[in-house]
Design a protein around this ligand. Sequence first.
Ligand code: ATP
Length: 295
Amino acid sequence: MGAIRLRAPGKINWTLDVTGRRPDGYHEVEILMQSISLWDDIVLTECDAGIQVCGNAAEMPLDESNLAAKAARLIQDQFGITRGIRIDITKRIPVAAGLAGGSTNAAAVLAGLNALWGLGLSRSRLAELGTALGADVPFCIYGGTAAARGIGEKITPLPPLEGISLVLIKPPFGVSTASVYQSLKVDRIPLHPNWKKAYDLLAAGNFHSLRCHMGNVLELVTINKHPEIKEIKACLDKAGASVTMMTGSGPAVFGVFEAAAHAQKAAEKLKSVYSQVYCVSTCSTGVEITEGGSL
Ligand code: ATP
């Protein structure tokens, strides 16, 4: 029986714009996505039959509703595989935070089972399969930095923005992505961010001008429901962040810092106020096999 170990990084959005609503209710988006150095460890161990999920986070379901289990079921069904799999998830990415925790776990299972069961699927085929599980799954297969269009599933990989220091704060509550999108009035978005300008400024290390072009149109919606997010942004600002923003539908918020040492110092200080503070940096890869095979 084989086993494989993977690293599944979370993601933030440098920009998140909603450009329309489709007749099927999904929103058309333009997002500049970024992998970060905060990851879950996933171990896949082959067994005789079925799908079993084990994990260390109380908020994460361990039944068939877990996105990792759904990914395994998809592979079994698509390729007529009768062998079973045990999925062990060591969670570090906060759950329901806007950091794509479930999506990156699903992406890791797709990539891991592709290797474990010798399916020979390309990254683009894995990303295509992942779309059925969630709009963020394709990005998590590629990772690094990418522009996402459509409902977030059409990915254009960009030269990765690597090694940018961030301080991430997760307030002590979760947010439902669906309810945030439901509350958004698409025709009343006051300011649309510009992902291309934000990308160019980040690539040039010009963090001061970022404020004008970075932006997340869901931020105001979530702040309306949870004003604490505004306070967290103010704290990050005060701690010296060049710019602060909520990621995805929230509620996690990040601040961009020019120097790693400065970010570290700010994170230490903020830990006396908030219990979930992470000092991370941007990275160039998505899900990766760390033991037992290769992508
Ligand atoms: P999304 O934007 O897709 O809603 P998110 O990044 O904000 O996701 P997740 O950590 O993926 O948040 O959690 C969203 C919901 O998915 C949670 O309510 C959680 O119970 C459920 N979930 C299912 N599988 C997983 C998983 N493997 N890891 C984390 N959450 C999961």
